[in-house]
Design a protein around this ligand. Structure first.
Ligand code: NI
Length: 252
């Protein structure tokens, strides 16, 4: 299994970091992508990833919730980081209208600039979208040729169809295990070769760990539900999603 989205530079992991990593490896996790969220996280992400360079892979980007007056200087810091290291992806980036709509225009500008970086640098993008589906789809359409993942996908069948046609992958995490989750029906029309596993750690822990600190090894519970949805053994889900992550992020 590859966890394509885990914020393990979060302070909740630092106390038992080495034991935490050992437990993930022990459980069969092969790689973890650690996305950035702002200028400050460039350093914290680099710090944890440099300790396990063949296991942890950093991404860099300005998350929409982190877009404030200082967005231009934050982008400057992130762009310099991208110049100095071979990041696995640009992310996480996107639009989030849920908490605060003060900087909606700035969020769009910041997203467009980072999507342009991704095309220039031939990097996949990790997209965050909350309450912003129409705007995000129309901005993504301005950048044909983009590759990436729609992280924590919980959208409709219609949105899934549009994203699949654009060539995007869908990141599936703990939400799939929550009661009354409609995602199971949506996934019935999504080919398995477009699904990525992810946690969004420390958030979104799957049942039976809901509310706890999330860990990449808990993805097995998501894989088990996917095995029901696709009517294939769990190891087939593991093999397929790992191959998908390698194709998108490592071009293998
Ligand atoms: Ni995230």
């Amino acid at each position: 299994m590859i966890d394509t989205h885990a914020h393990i530079d979060d302070s909740q992991y630092q106390e038992d970091f080495d034991a935490f990593i050992a437990a993930q490896k022990q459980a069969g996790v092969q790689r973890i992508i650690v996305p950035g969220i702002n200028a400050d996280s460039v350093a914290s992400v680099a710090d944890v990833c440099s300790r396990y360079p063949d296991f942890l892979f950093p991404a860099a980007g300005l998350h929409p919730e982190e877009v404030k007056e200082d967005w231009a200087s934050q982008l400057q810091t992130i762009s310099s980081a991208l110049d100095s290291y071979d990041y696995i992806a640009i992310g996480e980036i996107g639009l989030d209208y849920y908490w605060d709509r003060t900087y909606v225009n700035e969020q769009k500008e910041v997203l467009r600039r980072q999507l342009a970086w991704a095309l220039d640098r031939d990097k996949p993008v990790i997209i965050h979208s909350r309450e912003a589906t129409d705007d995000i789809l129309s901005i993504l359409r301005e950048f044909p040729g983009l590759q990436g993942v729609f992280h924590c996908f919980t959208g409709s069948r219609e949105t899934a169809d549009i994203l699949l046609k654009m060539g995007f992958y869908l990141g599936i995490g703990g939400v799939l295990t929550f009661k009354n989750c409609k995602l199971r029906e949506t996934l019935a029309t999504v080919p398995l070769d477009r699904i990525l596993l992810e946690t969004d750690s420390p958030y979104m822990a799957p049942v039976p760990y809901r509310g706890k600190r999330n860990e990449s090894r808990f993805m097995i519970h998501v894989a088990q539900l996917l095995s029901d949805v696709y009517q294939v053994p769990v190891h087939t889900i593991d093999k397929a999603t790992t191959a998908n992550a390698l194709r998108l992020f490592w071009k293998k």
